[in-house]
Design a binder for this molecule. Sequence first.
Ligand code: NDP
Length: 334
Amino acid sequence: MTKLRWGLIGASTIAKQWMIAAIRENGGEVVAVMSTDADRGAAYAKEQGIARATTRLDEIAGANNVDAIYISTTNELHAEQTLAAARAGKHVLCEKPLALSLADARAMVAECRKAGVVMGTNHHLRNAATHRAMRDAIASGEIGKPLFARVFHAVYLPPSLQGWRIDKPQAGGGVVLDITCHDADTLRFVLDAEPVSVLAMTTNGGMGRDGLEDGVMGVMRFNNGVLAQFHDSFTTKYATTGFEVHGTEGSLIGRNCMTQQPVGEVILRNGAGESPLKVEHENLYVRSVRLFQDAVAGKGAPAATAEDGIRSLAGALATLEAARSGRETPIEKA
Ligand code: NDP
């Protein structure tokens, strides 16, 4: 196992709730954190047992005792921070959405390639045992030809996260960049196919401000003919999450699987009745860090690559454009 020394860019909730522990569980060390606020950064470092806090991007990117950078700031900052890390020769695991534009996301990926460093996108859901089991079942023909998918990803944004996501368009707020981006990645992964276009409508259920959408429903068309319906929101207190794929010979019904927790189940329903798929749960973020570490050691690729991050961003941006224009909108390639 390659034990990486990590620098965190962003004194964030996701790092605190999942990623610091995932890094440590993989034998990695978190050696520094960067926050724009010196006091908050120092308090965060102390609370999380991180030796050093800084407010300077060049300092954390250039630190000699840092091998890899995990970026979990607000979305408008990912591009500049990835470029700085890559230029300093650091591997980069970046949060989704990679950026606010495809041009920026492509520039990030190009810079990492030029620097010869590994870049991954932290799409946790393709690490879920439920989604991996669905992907395998489809690949082995269990449901015949897939025809339709349905994604139920309408949740209630906890009050502690009701900040930039609902009131800062310039930070990449809104439910589409936050959640539809994950749907696009999970659909690509499970179906092993590419989305080519999307139709969508967005709404505001009273949480989003400054024109930010807090709910969306839409349909993506995939290059294997599948139509995939998605429903995402920040305002739905009592819904459950799910992911379904319906094929000519059977249906896969995933429940409680669009979540950060290693939970959920999948039923295969066909002419023989119903049977659960075998699902061995593992912490999604621990697996994401493990595959990233392996990739740095020259073994395989991150669970979601940098190119996967461009594709999911393309799906999200096309969804926003489709909602604006009312038209079926093409989804750009990586
Ligand atoms: P947070 O709001 O917790 O953190 C984002 C930034 O906000 C931090 O970098 C920090 O800035 C600032 N901040 C944090 N807490 C405070 C505070 N109390 N007061 C003022 N500023 C604060 O965001 P999340 O952790 O929810 O999301 C960060 C990124 O991770 C996003 O890109 C998001 O899309 C992604 N994400 C991914 C998930 C996944 O499962 N893949 C899940 C959740 C989020 P500074 O660093 O300058 O201190």
